[in-house]
Design a protein around this ligand. Structure first.
Ligand code: ADP
Ligand code: ADP
Length: 231
C-alpha cells in the first residue's frame, strides 16, 4: 500500500479569479507510515487531505494509490476504493446523535452488506479495543469528547482499512483526551496501519514519525524523525 502524488495541482475558480490551493505537490507515503500534515490556515491542508482521501480529484497531476491511478476511476469506483481502503476521523466526530455508540460503529457495515449479528459483533469488538466496552449503548451526547472520538476511531476501523486519515482529530479535545487519542493512533501505527493526520498543534504532530509542512499550496518541508530535508 503506497500513496504517490506527482505534481498535483488543484485550482479553484471563483468568478474571474483563480486560487491554486495545491501548486505542484509531490509526495510518497509508504505502507505503515505515520505522517502529520501541518501548515497555516488556507495553505492547502484540507485540499490535500480531500485528494489523498479520494473525496476530491486534482485538477492535474497523478495520484497512484496501491498501484491504481485514481484519476482514471469513475465516481463509483472512487467511492468503492475510498470505502475499502480508507477510514476517516474528523474534528467534530461526525457521529449520528440519535443512535448508540454501537450502532454508529456498525453503520458502515450496512452499506457493505453485512448481516446485523455480524455487524454488531464486529462493532462490539472494536469498541472493546478502544476501551469503550462499558459505553456501547450510550448516545453520543452521553459521552465525553474523548470517548466520542474513540467511537469515531472504532467506526473508521470497521471495514478494516489500511489507511486512517484524520483531520484535526484532537481539535475539540482537552489535553488529557488528546494524549489518549494520539496513543490510540500510535497503537494503530504499531499494528501496521498507515496514518495521515492534519493538525495545527506541533505537540500533536510530534506523535507522528514524519512531519510535512504545506505553505501556499506547496510542500515546503518533509521531516522524518532523525533525518530531515527541505523539498
Ligand atoms: P487549509 O486546510 O490549509 O486551511 P484549504 O485547503 O482549505 O487550506 O484551502 C486552500 C486554499 O484554497 C485557500 O485559499 C482556500 O480559500 C481555497 N479553497 C479551498 N476550498 C475551496 C473551494 N471549494 N472553492 C474555492 N476556494 C477554495
Ligand atoms: P478547515 O477548517 O478544514 O481549514 P476551511 O474553513 O478552509 O476548513 O474550509 C471549510 C470548507 O469550505 C471546505 O470544504 C473548503 O473546501 C471550503 N472552502 C474553503 N475556502 C473556500 C473558498 N474560498 N470558497 C469556497 N469554499 C471554500
Amino acid at each position: 500500500m503506497t500513496i504517490k502524488l506527482s505534481d498535483i495541482r488543484k485550482i479553484y475558480t471563483i468568478g474571474d479569479s483563480t486560487v491554486a490551493a495545491l501548486d505542484g505537490v509531490n509526495l510518497h507515503i509508504r505502507k505503515g507510515e505515520f505522517a502529520a500534515i501541518m501548515g497555516p490556515s488556507g495553505s492547502g491542508k484540507s485540499t490535500l487531505m480531500n485528494i489523498l482521501g479520494c473525496l476530491d480529484r486534482p485538477t492535474s497531476g497523478s495520484y497512484v494509490l496501491d498501484n491504481e491511478e485514481v484519476a482514471k476511476l469513475n465516481d463509483d469506483d472512487l467511492a468503492i476504493t475510498r470505502n475499502k481502503k480508507i477510514g476517516f476521523v474528523f474534528q467534530n466526530f461526525n457521529l449520528l446523535s440519535r443512535i448508540s455508540a454501537l450502532e454508529n460503529v456498525a453503520l458502515p457495515l450496512i452499506y457493505a452488506g453485512v448481516d446485523r449479528k455480524t455487524r454488531l459483533n464486529r462493532a462490539r469488538e472494536l469498541l472493546n479495543s478502544v476501551g469503550l466496552e462499558k459505553r456501547m449503548d450510550h448516545l453520543p451526547n452521553e459521552l465525553s469528547g474523548g470517548q466520542r472520538q474513540r467511537v469515531a476511531i472504532a467506526r473508521a476501523l470497521v471495514n478494516d482499512p489500511r489507511i486512517i486519515m484524520a483531520d484535526e482529530p484532537t481539535g475539540n479535545l482537552d489535553t488529557k483526551s488528546s494524549v489518549e487519542i494520539m496513543g490510540l493512533f500510535g497503537q494503530l501505527h504499531k499494528q501496521g496501519k498507515t496514518i495521515i493526520l492534519v493538525t495545527h498543534e506541533p505537540d500533536i504532530a510530534e506523535y507522528a514519525e514524519r512531519q510535512l509542512i504545506v505553505r501556499d499550496g506547496k510542500l515546503v518541508r518533509d521531516e522524518v524523525k532523525g533525518a530531515e530535508s527541505d523539498v
